[in-house]
Design a protein around this ligand. Structure first.
Ligand SMILES: Nc1ncnc2c1ncn2[C@@H]1O[C@H](COP(=O)(O)OP(=O)(O)OP(=O)(O)O)[C@@H](O)[C@H]1O
Length: 288
């Protein structure tokens, strides 16, 4: 199976917002980073992948299976981490393990204990006394202890200090080594993605802008700088968005080849970071 997650024409509408006609395939054996501004629809999309939210229309398949007929089989293979209170607040990790463990065929107490030790989490203290970072670590320990084939995480590095964030990225890389796992996670920290992501899925205003390998993103997108005299109604079409100033323009292109053909040596072409892409895309639609 090439894709462990497949969303086909998925739409979910809330008052004033909708995730619109999303077609997204997550490739097996790779790390996909899911990016987008606040309120772009990342959590909504992830909730639909987890069957915590039903789409109004479209199809959601995990491991080629449908939640309607194979919910248990699908959930068995997913480790889910998110920045919300997953647990009954009064419970401690020992109690939670007792409840969560038996729900999974491949639950491994030894692995769980190893993570608890590694993350330095107390087993007997109520979860409500945990800091945000500790709660995230607890959620991770639970997600990683049943040999999940797919790890889905909604902003797993939110609330983590920079040292643990780096350790977490190392840990995720280690988990990928055997080649059978897939990781899909949303984040606002785009530099984390430079470290570990193979694919980037970018959502904006409820629409998927792209899902490309990190190399494709680097090959397609660039920041272009040049003099304002180069811009006219035709040449502007080479750009996603243009910022003009009195000394010249800076613009994002999604077609470096076209820009090279059009302007040759007259412009400077620089690598676009994921942040650049998100920033310029936010202003797209109107060329200013
Ligand atoms: N249950 C709901 N009822 C109504 N509106 C909702 C509901 N859930 C989400 N929304 C709205 O959908 C939009 C997208 O929210 P979502 O949480 O998916 O964004 P996000 O990309 O995860 O944002 P962030 O990066 O801030 O976490 C927001 O405008 C939010 O208010």
């Amino acid at each position: 199976m090439e894709h462990v997650v497949e969303l086909k024409d998925v739409t979910k509408t809330f008052t004033g917002f909708s995730v619109n006609n999303i077609n997204l395939k997550v490739k097996q054996g790779y790390v996909t980073g899911f990016i987008g501004a606040n309120g772009a629809g990342k959590s909504t999309t992830i909730k639909m992948m987890m069957n915590l939210l039903r789409p109004d229309s479209g199809e959601v398949k995990l491991f080629g299976l449908d939640y309607k007929t194979h919910e248990k089989k699908i959930k068995e293979q997913i480790g889910f981490v998110y920045d919300g209170n997953v647990f009954y607040e009064g419970m401690n990790l020992k109690d939670i393990k007792r409840i969560v463990g038996p729900a999974y065929k491949h639950w491994d107490d030894a692995t769980f204990n190893q993570y608890i030790e590694k993350f330095q989490l107390p087993l007997n203290k109520p979860i409500k006394s945990f800091s945000k970072g500790m709660q995230m670590k607890a959620s991770l320990a639970l997600a990683l202890s049943h040999d999940a084939k797919l790890i889905i995480m909604d902003e797993p590095t939110a609330g983590l200090d920079p040292i643990f964030r780096r350790e977490l990225l190392d840990l995720l890389q280690e988990l990928m080594l055997d080649g059978s796992r897939t990781i899909f996670f949303s984040t606002h920290i785009t530099t984390d993605l430079d470290r570990i992501a193979d694919y980037i899925a970018f959502i904006q205003d409820g629409k998927l802008v792209f899902n490309q390998s990190i190399h494709e993103v680097a090959d397609n997108y660039a920041i272009v700088k040049g003099g304002n005299e180069l811009l006219d109604r035709d040449t502007e079409k080479a750009f996603v968005h243009i910022h003009r100033s009195t000394i010249g323009f800076k613009a994002l292109t999604s077609n470096i080849q076209e820009v090279k053909q059009m302007f040759g040596e007259e412009v400077v072409i620089e690598k676009a970071s994921l942040e650049d892409i998100m920033y310029y895309m936010k202003g797209s639609g109107s060329v200013v």
